[in-house]
Structure formats: structure tokens, C-alpha cells
Ligand binder design. Structure first.
Ligand SMILES: Nc1nc2c(ncn2[C@@H]2O[C@H](COP(=O)(O)OP(=O)(O)OP(=O)(O)O)[C@@H](O)[C@H]2O)c(=O)[nH]1
Ligand SMILES: [Mg+2]
Length: 206
């Protein structure tokens, strides 16, 4: 899916499934024979770092982390240095989802982007926005906000295993021109699929 070296910045508000999606993706890339490194740049809660460590263990990939409260950009910086020295194919960065206000979010993301541009310009960059399909219109509002704060290159739509029909996919593509690339269909490590728009449209009208 991604050329080496790649960096994947995973963004989105609390609870949408960022950490889980990172775990699933890491497992997938690892099984494809890629060398994966996770950077725990959601430093807001110690539990967030521990949760990501569990996923790293499950997927059997390496992780770089700092203490709770550390500067997320510093974690990303360390991740980049480690990725370079270990010849990592894909560096995946978790981020905190607390969207207090837009300028806050912009500042934090911009700081991370500056680190990436300065220290890892050779890496292919993907900014993956995670949205919870069960939140409907709210997810669309989140997408608008994040699109204003960052150059979102794709969406992972989670929790499509529930009753959510995910009509939001169409809105995302049409109104915001953000492609849905991945879907989450459960809490397990294998519950991640590439998104195929034709299959989806068929399912919608079933
Ligand atoms: N059913 C279902 N549950 C999911 C899916 N993806 C994530 N979850 C669940 O959603 C909850 C939140 O997932 P996290 O990965 O912790 O979300 P997050 O965005 O990292 O949350 P914060 O770190 O608090 O910002 C967990 O209970 C996950 O198991 C999915 O595709 N389907
Ligand atoms: Mg998380």
C-alpha cells in the first residue's frame, strides 16, 4: 500500500479508533514483510501510551514512546531518527484527539508537520483521518475541521460492523474530496479492510 519509507500520521477526535486502527495496520504491514515502527505521539494520558504498547506487542512491531505529558512533536522527532537508523519501511504516528479548539489543533499538527518536513522530507507522507461511522453528521463536521487544520490525504472509517450504514462515505468524497481508504469492521486485529467504493455502494442499496 505504501512505498518505503513512509510516514503515516493518524489523526482524529477521541475515541474514534485511532489506536486500534494503528494496531491493525501495523499487523497488516508486518505480515506483508514490512518493517514497522510506531511513535506514541498521543502523550495526553499514560493509558494511551500503554494501549498503543499493547497493540505493538500484538502486532509484534517496535514502538517509540516518551512519558505522559511529553511534547508530541518530540516523540515524532525521535520516531523519525529511529526509523532512519533502523531502516524502517513505515513509521506510524498516533496523535491525541482532544479538539479543544481549532487553533489548538492546528498549532499541534503544524508543529508535527514542520518536524516531518525538516527531518524526513524523503518519506511519503499520509495524513489519515479516523472517523467513527456511527457518529453520522458529526463525523462530517470533524472532517471539515481537520481538513482546515491539515492536509488530510485519506480517511479510515471505523465501526462499520455496527448498524452504521456509512452514507457519510459519499458526503466525504463529494463534499470534501477526501477518499475513504480503509474501513474498520470490528475490534480485532484482522478487522480492517481496504475500502472499495463499488462494494460499498452495492451494500448500501441491499
Ligand atoms: N466495533 C468496532 N469497534 C472499534 C473499531 N475500531 C475501534 N473500535 C473501538 O473503539 C474504542 C476506541 O478505540 P481507540 O482505538 O482507543 O480510539 P482512539 O481514537 O485511539 O481514542 P483516544 O486515544 O481516546 O483518542 C475501543 O473500544 C475500540 O475497540 C471498529 O472498527 N469496530
Ligand atoms: Mg488512542
Amino acid at each position: 500500500m505504501y512505498e518505503s519509507p513512509s510516514i503515516l500520521l493518524v489523526v482524529g477526535v477521541n475515541g474514534v479508533g485511532k489506536t486500534t486502527t494503528i494496531g491493525k495496520l501495523s499487523y497488516r504491514f508486518k505480515n506483508e514483510g514490512k518493517k514497522v515502527l510506531i511513535a506514541a505521539a498521543d502523550t495526553f494520558r499514560a493509558a494511551a501510551i500503554e494501549q498503543l504498547e499493547e497493540w505493538a506487542n500484538r502486532a509484534n512491531v517496535e514502538i517509540v514512546s516518551h512519558q505522559e505529558g511529553a511534547d508530541p512533536a518530540a516523540v515524532v522527532f525521535d520516531g523519525i531518527q529511529a526509523a532512519k537508523s533502523r531502516n524502517t519501511d513505515i513509521l506510524i504516528c498516533d496523535t491525541a484527539g482532544r479538539l479543544h479548539n481549532k487553533s489548538n489543533l492546528m498549532n499541534e499538527l503544524n508543529k508535527i508537520f514542520r518536524i516531518l518536513d525538516t527531518n524526513y522530507p524523503e518519506a511519503n507522507k499520509e495524513v489519515l483521518l479516523v472517523l467513527d461511522a456511527t457518529t453520522g453528521q458529526n463525523a462530517l463536521i470533524q472532517a471539515k475541521t481537520f481538513k482546515e487544520a491539515a492536509n488530510i490525504t485519506g480517511v479510515a472509517l471505523t465501526k462499520l460492523d455496527g448498524t452504521a450504514k456509512g452514507g457519510i462515505v459519499i458526503a466525504l468524497q463529494n463534499e470534501l474530496q477526501i477518499p475513504v481508504k480503509l474501513i474498520g469492521v470490528g475490534e480485532g486485529i484482522n478487522d480492517l479492510q481496504n475500502f472499495d467504493v463499488d462494494t460499498f455502494v452495492d451494500a448500501l442499496f441491499e
